[in-house]
Write a protein that binds this ligand. Structure first.
Ligand SMILES: Nc1nc2c(ncn2[C@@H]2O[C@H](COP(=O)(O)OP(=O)(O)OP(=O)(O)O)[C@@H](O)[C@H]2O)c(=O)[nH]1
Length: 393
């Protein structure tokens, strides 16, 4: 399964700028066949330390010891309050969100756009008022799907003695919901045992729980470069992961890097000017960005992507190899693959991810760093380099 992150938020929050900056790969790291799949779907990267830094030789798949692991990103445009009722582009955006395992909610932390995204003076709109609307849109979208058929479904569950989590997850499968999400939400909501008695409010509460389980969300407090300090800190006090970002600064750095003016790799906390003949305007622009990222510790864009993957989704990176001594595959390529896996995944899970045949004929694995033998239930750690031994040809 490809790992996909969706960017969502009201108009003018900075999604397109974030998307463009995040998917504009420098040639050096674009070790992926394409970067932009179509207008709103592209490839971005998770940044990690490459295991080859422990060796005398670089692997050739990283940038000076920094590994960029590709993931997909979708820019979900056209979202306005009450979209679930058909406003704006209506439900089309929600259909795109179904592909995402996690959502970055891009919020205009500068307060320079109203609730619908129309420009106002910076500081005029309180960005705290934008936090809940995306949650509500997604919840109400799910509610709409369930409500359409609820009377029929409720009778069917009763008449045929079906499991409620099965019926509900089938209804919401198109929204990326599975039985586990429904079971967790049912146990949280403590609704009446008799589902026939559920009111619309009960169904909304249930959908809210399903949303929290199935669509984990992180907030990008964007336009942090011009945001009044209080707005960013208010957002950071929420019980959610909130990352201050400047998509505009990241886009400026990526563009300058692409043109050869500076050396900057995504996620670096600084850059160096490598081109001599910059115009005074270009120099001034870069000085401004420098002052900003010094204050912020970076543009926040890579941090936001990394935290979505490592904190919100709790994934780890594992490197399968065929030669545990040289850390190579059969073509002598060192550390050719980097797999994102759920924390708690085992050596056997990795074998299946490499190939189903290898999973089925798994014998044991070897930790290429320690040369220890690992059994099928051995839980993998972030950064592990692992050889799988199987009877598969
Ligand atoms: N100061 C500042 N401006 C930004 C930043 N990110 C985006 N902008 C500006 O905000 C405006 C809106 O940005 P877009 O990226 O087009 O916003 P969007 O969310 O994609 O908007 P829609 O396409 O209408 O949904 C543009 O003028 C951007 O240049 C940022 O980090 N800082």
């Amino acid at each position: 399964m490809t790992m996909t992150i969706g960017l969502a938020g009201k108009p003018n929050a900075g999604k397109s700028t974030f998307f463009k900056a995040a998917t504009m790969a420098d040639v050096e790291i674009a070790n992926y066949p394409f970067t932009t799949i179509n207008a709103n779907k592209g490839v971005t990267y998770v940044r990690a330390e490459c295991p080859c830094v422990e060796r005398s030789k670089r692997c050739g798949h990283c940038v000076e010891g920094i590994r960029y692991v590709p993931i997909e990103m979708i820019d979900v445009a056209g979202l306005v309050p009450d979209a679930h009722q058909g406003r704006g582009l209506g439900n089309t955006f929600l259909d795109e969100l179904r592909q995402a395992q996690a959502i970055i909610h891009v919020i205009d932390a500068s307060g320079g756009t109203d609730v619908e995204g129309n420009p106002v003076d910076v500081g005029e709109h309180n960005p705290m008022d934008d936090v809940d609307f995306l949650n509500r849109e997604i919840t109400m979208w799910m509610f709409g799907i369930l409500k359409r058929n609820w009377d029929r479904l409720a009778r069917k569950i009763q008449a045929e003695g079906l499991k409620i989590e099965k019926v509900l997850s089938e209804q919401l499968a198109g929204a990326g919901v599975d039985e586990y999400h429904v079971i967790c939400s049912l146990s949280e909501c403590k609704l009446d045992h008799n589902h026939v008695k559920w009111s619309d409010d009960d169904l909304v509460r249930l959908c809210d729980g399903i949303r929290i389980m199935s669509k984990p969300m992180i907030i990008a407090a964007n336009k942090a470069d011009v945001a009044p300090g209080g707005f960013v800190s208010d957002l950071q006090s929420l019980e959610q992961i909130v990352v201050p970002t400047s998509a505009a600064a990241e886009l400026a750095l990526k563009s300058a890097s692409k043109s050869g003016a500076i050396k900057y790799d995504p996620g670096d906390d600084d850059f160096s000017i490598i081109k001599e003949d910059l115009t005074p305007a270009q120099k001034k622009g870069l000085e401004n960005v420098h002052a900003l990222i010094e204050k912020m510790g970076g543009t926040g864009i890579q941090d936001c992507i990394n935290r979505s993957v490592f904190e919100l989704l709790d994934l780890i990176i594992v490197y399968p190899v065929e030669d545990e001594g040289k850390w190579t595959d059969k073509n002598d390529r060192m550390l050719p693959d980097a797999f994102l896996m759920k924390r708690g995944s085992t050596a056997h899970d990795l074998a299946y991810k490499v190939h189903s045949d290898i999973g089925e004929s798994f014998l044991y694995a070897v930790d290429a760093k320690t040369k220890m033998r690992l059994g099928e239930k051995h839980e993998l750690k972030d950064g592990d380099v692992v050889k799988i031994v199987s009877t598969a040809k």
